[in-house]
Structures are given as C-alpha cells and as structure tokens.
Design a protein. Structure first.
Length: 258
C-alpha cells in the first residue's frame, strides 16, 4: 500500500460551484460516477490506496474511533448551535456570510433554509428537553463541549499531529471542527474563548492552515509542497482533478444533511 506523502495544496475556489450530488460531501470519480456519502467516499479512497491511517497501530485505531464518537456526541451539536441557532451569531455572522458569499438568488433563501434544518436537527438530538428548559440544557451542553476541547488539548500535548509527525483521519476531523470556531468572528464566542485559551490547539489549527491552506493561514513553511495545477491529478473532486493525497477528509457540520 502507498505510504503517506506530503499533501499537495490546491488553489482556493473563487466562487461556489454546483455540486454533482446536490449536497456535501461529493466526490466525482472517473469510474464510479459521483459518490456522496462520507463513508463511501473514504472506502473508495482507501481502495485507491489513499489511507491516512495505514501506519496506525490497533491501539491508535481504537483511539481514533473513541475520539470520533466523542466529537460527534459532545462537540458537533454545540458547534451547530453556536453557528446556526444562537441568534446573535446567526444574524450577525453566519447568515451574513452566506448572504455575501452564495450567488443570487440562493443567498436570499438558502441561509434561512439551512437555519431551519439545523434547529430541527438539534431538537431531534436533544429531545423534548430542548424545548422544556433550553437555557439549562445549553449550559450543560456547552460545559460538555469545553471538557471535550480540554481533553483534545491534553491528548495532543506538544505533538504536531495526534499520532506524531504525520496527519491521520482524526486530524482531518478535529481540524474541520476547530478551525471554523477559531477563525470566525463571532459576536457571542463563549466556546470560542475556551478554545483560544488552549494554546496548543490554536497552534495546531494555525499550523495546518499554513501548511495545507496557505491562502487562509499565511505563507506555507519552508519545504511545504507547492500548488498543484489542474493537470496534476487523476481523481476529480467537486468538478476538478485532484492530485493523489492520503488524507481522508471527514464531513463538515452540514454534510450530514440529505
């Protein structure tokens, strides 16, 4: 099987593009058409020998599964609440960002549709207690989310990535959850402030941004791979060819929506 190699950097998108499956995630391939389920995408990539977890031990694999469950149960619902349900954050940041970024006429109704879906989603996750004592439940959930961030910080320690010097699928998932929270200019940033107090997690996000997303995180460090053009790859992802890369990216907040 292929070993992990430096992750090529692709140019940033200039505007939203139509998705072949109508939702995220979506991977357009040469032989399988469009794959739109996260686990199916990961399985397909692993068959092509794109496996970020190839070198992990059985114990590290178990740790990965445990942290994935922790993130999905304790952190993701609070992130959804922070960006989509908290009234101040939604009106002044999330809806405004989508309205300015999404092309006309989608910018008039897409943010509100997504907001409604996320509210319904949290009501399903949190059950009847969400409506009975919303303030108390939110307090408990934010406490759990802060404890989750602290646990991640303790597990990362002084390492570059969670399992050493090379990224694994857990790094992709953790980064996808933490980077938006760290970088967004939220008017109500109670969870964001706790993240900013955990310096190693902040450095972790900044390092990944600089290495893999230099247009967002600053200049890439010396020796980082250079931008790969459209002719550089074999697989096509979201409408453009992508070079071989062994990092199986996990879903974003809204990717679980059908």
């Amino acid at each position: 099987p292929a070993q992990r190699s430096p992750h090529p950097v692709a140019p940033p998108p200039t505007a939203p593009v139509p998705l072949p499956a109508g939702s995220l995630p979506a991977l357009k391939t040469r032989d399988k058409g469009t794959i739109s389920k996260t686990q199916q995408i990961i399985t397909h990539l692993r068959k092509q020998k794109y496996n970020a977890d190839y070198d992990l031990s059985a114990t590290q694999g178990a740790d990965t599964r445990a942290f994935v469950s922790l993130l999905e149960e304790k952190l993701l619902p609070v992130l959804i609440h922070t960006f989509w349900v908290d009234a101040k954050n939604y009106v002044e940041h999330t809806r405004k960002w989508y309205a300015e970024t999404v092309p006309f006429p989608l910018n008039f109704f897409l943010p509100n549709c997504m907001h409604k879906r996320h509210v319904e989603r949290l009501q399903l996750l949190w059950g009847d207690g969400y409506m009975e004592d919303e303030e108390k439940l939110e307090k408990e959930l934010y406490r759990d989310a802060r404890e989750c961030l602290t646990l991640l910080s303790q597990r990362l320690g002084s390492q570059k990535f969670f399992f050493g010097d090379s990224p694994a699928s857990l790094d992709a998932l953790v980064f996808s959850r933490l980077a938006p929270l760290l970088k967004a200019k939220l008017p109500n940033g109670k969870l964001q402030q706790h993240l900013k107090s955990l310096q190693n997690l902040c450095n972790y996000c900044t390092s990944i941004l600089s290495l893999y997303f230099p247009w967002d995180g600053g200049d890439p460090p010396a020796g980082a791979p250079r931008t790969v053009g459209a002719e550089g790859g074999e697989e096509e992802e979201d409408g453009g060819p992508a070079p071989r890369r062994p990092l199986a990216m996990e879903e974003e907040e809204e990717e679980e929506e059908e």
